[in-house]
Design a protein around this ligand. Structure first.
Ligand code: PLP
Length: 465
């Protein structure tokens, strides 16, 4: 702790104040340890406030948030109904242990179960997505009496030890090297037509071959050793990969054939991101367990959880579940979830995400692609889109290679810098820029952001061969 800390102004009243901004950064650099970063290279922008689809720094510079922060602010910044619900809950009761019944905790669980498919009727609350996946896997292992989990190479499931071992992306590697990832996970390739691992040329072919591949992995890993197949319904960070028609049904069928549970990680894709409450709704597939976090209350207070089918729940009816959390079902977080879900229903926020994706973002990105030789593919749904950048449209060579660091990331760094300079805050991963604004985005804001992205992509075009 430092004596020199000066509390920041409340966001609603703060105006430009660069000196305060400098103090905020100084405290951060002196005392904060940042996620996924070499601490010496961290240089955060001090944020003074946020509202709707915008946030701003202490110099008064505003950014249109095309990132939803960590793709979690589905309802946007500072939604008045959610803020009011948190304040009201704080006045009533801030904390009561999960051994007690609490009104908002029960209501949040009921609302979530009502939205979930089929017989997913129970909710175990966690503080975030990684914990949700940890517990879903634990439930699946105990329910089936099997240890192994299959997960996709192109995936991110969280930063704790089981969740990072499920993760397919390179963030897993250093954790394996240091012994920080737990075992009993095997990986497979999911469908990704643009870079098909199966030499497919149509969605139908990709679907059929990806399912045949998964069936082979199951056969060679030993069906009776596999507790669950975990997948992101729509793969998020690792590419915004929308599964072809029939894929999820095929995985469900494969699971049923071998007594394997299907776990859908909807931490990123749930609660409106794809223009549906859950991404599985698009395909009518019912998993055994769904994990969620982020959009459930937009992270106003940390919350995640597992939605549990009656069948899995039955396993723990008379046998204790060996897991728990001090803050499971935190009243402030649950009150925020109730207010979020209610506001999403009242204000048609899910419908807005679906419509803006179909009418503005999708067509807008396809138009942008026509004008930029660096754009290999655009894909997505709802407010969940990727722009995949290439050096050469013919060979599809990635503009930034997989897992690249240092100078090799320059082409996409340049695009991102050009966006930020013009007041747009995007998300990027290797050779992709993701367009993932809040579900509340207006048509005008979506058009404004796309226009900036269009200009910024001129930077990428400079690297096309
Ligand atoms: N699963 C998915 C699909 C995610 O995108 C994330 C985070 O981005 C997680 C799990 C981990 O969630 P958390 O960071 O809340 O632990």
């Amino acid at each position: 702790m430092t004596n020199e800390s000066v509390p920041a102004q409340p966001s609603s009243v703060s105006g430009p104040d660069p000196e305060q901004g400098a103090r905020v950064v100084a405290d951060d650099r002196a005392h904060l340890f940042h996620s996924w970063a070499a601490q010496g290279s961290v240089n955060p922008i001090p944020v003074a406030g946020a509202s709707g689809r915008h946030f701003w720094d202490y110099s008064g510079k505003r950014y249109l948030d095309f990132s939803s922060q960590f793709i979690n602010l589905n309802i946007g910044h500072a939604h008045p109904k959610v803020v009011a619900a948190i304040k009201e809950q704080a006045d009533q009761i801030c904390m009561i242990a999960s051994t007690f019944a609490n009104d908002k905790r029960g209501e949040a669980a009921r609302l979530i179960a009502e939205l979930a498919p089929a017989d997913l009727n129970r909710v175990f609350f966690t503080n975030g997505g990684a914990e949700a996946n940890e517990h879903a896997v634990r439930m699946a292992r105990i329910h089936t009496g099997r240890a192994k989990i299959l997960a996709a190479y192109r995936s991110y499931h969280g930063g704790t030890s089981t969740a990072i071992s499920l993760t397919g992306d390179p963030r897993r590697w250093a954790n394996e090297q240091s012994g920080s990832a737990s075992g009993n996970v095997s990986h497979f390739f999911g469908p990704y037509l643009y870079r098909s691992h199966f030499h497919a040329t149509t969605e139908a072919e990709e679907c059929e071959r990806a399912l045949a591949h998964l069936e082979q992995v199951v056969a060679f890993e030993g069906p009776s050793t596999i507790a669950a197949i975990m997948l992101e319904t729509v793969v998020g960070t690792a590419g915004i990969l929308v599964p072809p028609a029939g894929y999820l049904q095929g995985v469900r069928e494969l699971c049923d054939r071998h007594g394997i549970l299907l776990i859908a990680d909807e931490v990123m894709s749930g609660f409106g991101r794809t223009g549906a409450w859950f991404a599985v709704d698009h395909w009518g597939v019912s998993p055994d367990l769904i994990t969620f976090a982020k959009g459930v209350n937009s992270g106003y207070v940390p919350l995640g959880g597992v939605i549990i089918s009656d069948q899995v729940h039955e396993t723990f009816q008379n046998v204790a579940y060996p897991g728990g959390l001090t803050y499971s079902g935190h009243p402030l977080a649950c009150a925020a979830a109730v207010a979020t879900i209610t506001a999403m229903k009242e204000e048609g926020i899910i419908e807005n995400a679906a419509r803006v994706g179909a009418d503005i973002i999708g067509p807008g990105l396809r138009k942008i692609a026509e004008g930029h030789p660096s754009v290999g593919e655009v894909r997505g749904l709802g407010v969940f889109w990727a722009v995949e950048l290439v050096r050469d449209r013919e060979t599809r060579e990635m503009l930034v290679p997989y897992a690249a660091g240092g100078e090799l990331t320059r082409p996409v760094d340049d695009v991102v810098a050009a966006c930020k300079e013009r007041g747009l805050w995007p998300v990027y991963n290797f050779n992709r820029v993701h367009v993932v604004p809040p579900c509340t985005i207006t048509d005008e804001e979506a058009r404004e952001g796309l226009a900036i992205l269009d200009e910024a992509l001129n930077e990428a075009d400079k690297y096309v061969v």
